[in-house]
Design a protein around this ligand. Sequence first.
Ligand code: HAM
Length: 421
Amino acid sequence: MANYQPQRGTYDAYYEDALNIEKIEHTLHEVALTYGYFPIHTPIYESTDLFTRSAGESSDIVTKEMFDFQDKGGRNISLRPEVTAGVMRAVVTNKLYATKDLPLKLQYCGPSFRYERPSAGRYRQFNQFGVEQVGVNNAYEDAETIILGVDALHKIGFNKVILKINSIGDQASRDAYRDALKDYFNDKIDKMCPDCQRRYQVNPLRILDCKVKEDQEFVKDAPKMGDYLNDVSKERFASVLRLLDDNNIEYQLDDTLVRGLDYYSHVVFEFHYISDNGTNLGAIGAGGHYDNLVKEVGGPELSSVGFAFGIERLNSLLKEISPETYAKDELDAYIVYLGVENKDIAFDFAHTLRKNNVKVDLSLQDKSMKASLKIALRKNAKYMIVIGEDEVKNNLYQLKYLINQQQVAMSKEDIVNKLKK
Ligand code: HAM
């Protein structure tokens, strides 16, 4: 018989893990709603061209990590490596910029795919929760997005978030910086890795993101972006930082932060978290401002700002740092009926409780009291309700609090009233 293995870089989540992932996603969704972000759902595959144009031909995501294929109609398709480009495509396809108030505020959650080397917190299929604000025109909107990110991280249980922030300026500043980098790397690039040699031609800024150890020597003395920001870009960045200061958001200026996607301009940022045990999964979220993406995919010129969190990274860090708030697979009550003649009553009792939002389960396979108690404990049930002949006759059921094994006899109505939510 065939024995199928999961694909490299994929995982199955179940029980507590799946529950906690859903809890995180729910909290992020609710926090984004409080900032006025409405959901948008877009396909997980789009034309390859959309991602090549948006993420940029120099990005690792496009050059090395895309899941590309041809469909049966011969179209070049890619599984999305990130969600932003698809959202911008949807904004244009559906003319949201013309039919809804600007800025649009959109939130999403779902899978992305990157053909990366799997490691801790790095998968080939992973989930991103993100927000995009489309049609922005001032620093308040950038700052609000960052504040939302920090706020959301606090609400799911991260209290020591490290926010790294930089500005890569407007196009004019980046052009000046690009020239400076070309000059600087001109006599070094031959000694650097093949990726950097390609980056040198297509987008020298990406050289700063090189992870090859030997190249770091060259990178560390490279010109700094901050020295090439023009006045408009400097002012813009200073305004964002002032707003963060005013709102008590701590940050670390990081002038090597250029991000792995080509579409950014002005402020870029990453959220990091290092556990007390030293676990560091890299960025747990990242984003920035971008000016050309809507236009690039066929719409009008509209500036935007957004970020995305990596759900798996959030989930595995939370499991380590906050086991007490990590979701458990638990029940409010477990019902046991003694004798098959009481099965219908138990069946009905369970449904009455469920209608009152009580999380309740029972085995419908005529289990003994002893076996049921074991199951109830394994399922982390808070209470056990015993339904036997006498209980039915007197409408007085044993409600056993499994934490301390104390039990009281109560009518069905009183039990429902006690447990209902
Ligand atoms: P990104 O930095 O490529 O940005 O990804 C955002 C987050 O997704 C990362 O910080 C990380 O937590 C998570 N992530 C990325 N790759 C993986 C992986 N292989 N396995 C697990 N998690 C991963 C973007 O995708 C931009 N679209 C963010 C954005 C939105 N910028 C503006 N708007």
